[in-house]
Design a protein around this ligand. Structure first.
Ligand code: G3P
Length: 215
């Protein structure tokens, strides 16, 4: 299971990448806006930190515009993945960009049928948003289960990025269902390290060590 970090916060990316558990990065216009910095500059800095797929989003609504943006963004670094929205224009752009060797991530995907279309277009990645499905009373992880099964049936090569991850259950279930990747906000990655028994155990081992270390 690969872990991508879902943020445009360069310091957090650096810190978690240094630990050695980050396989890639996803950004989107909202995450970039949160940082209040120049989009291309942020993306460039990220490519200098993480050696793995870095998703940068195209904001045009028509295929022609997305293709143009995709070609420009892909010049920043070989690891750049173009995020395009799950629309007919987006799928059209994916087909063209992938044929030219520019990898795409179909974002804002909310159903298994949409994921079939992304795979048919040859997208390298598809991003179903589980948290936003939970928000409207559906079970986001059910959609992941469906997509994993369908992709297995046809040996589709598109990798599933579980996105809009909001809690540790989403992360664990992603692994249990066999999704290729979960893209996780830094706050949640930090939580993944923690268990009260780990802290308690370390404390006890150190206390016991103090008793015998000079013997
Ligand atoms: O990975 C997609 C993510 O950035 C969207 O998350 O929490 O805004 O639904 P959220």
């Amino acid at each position: 299971m690969k872990i991508f970090i879902d943020t445009a916060d360069v310091e957090e990316i650096k810190r978690l990448n240094d630990i050695g558990i980050i396989d890639g990065v996803t950004t989107n216009p909202s995450l970039i806006a949160k940082e209040g910095r120049n989009f291309e500059q942020v993306v460039k800095e990220i490519t200098e930190i993480v050696d793995g797929p870095i998703s940068a989003e195209a904001v045009s609504l028509d295929a022609e515009g997305m293709i143009k943006e995709g070609k420009e963004l892909s010049k920043i670094h070989k690891n750049i993945i173009i995020k395009v929205p799950m629309t007919s224009e987006g799928i059209k752009a994916v087909k063209v960009l992938e044929a030219e060797g520019i990898k795409c991530n179909v974002t804002l995907t909310f159903s298994a049928n949409q994921a079939i279309l992304a795979a048919k277009a040859g997208a390298s990645f598809v991003s179903p948003f589980v948290g936003r499905l939970d928000d409207i009373g559906e079970k986001g992880m059910d959609v992941i289960k469906e997509i994993v099964e369908i992709y297995k049936n046809y040996n589709f090569k598109t990798e599933i990025i579980v996105a809009s991850v909001r809690n540790l259950e989403h992360v664990k279930e992603s692994g249990m269902l066999g999704a290729h990747i979960a893209t996780i906000p830094p706050k949640l990655i930090n939580e993944m390290f923690k268990h009260e028994l780990t802290d308690k155990g370390i404390k006890k081992f150190l206390e016991d060590w103090e008793k015998v270390k000079d013997k």
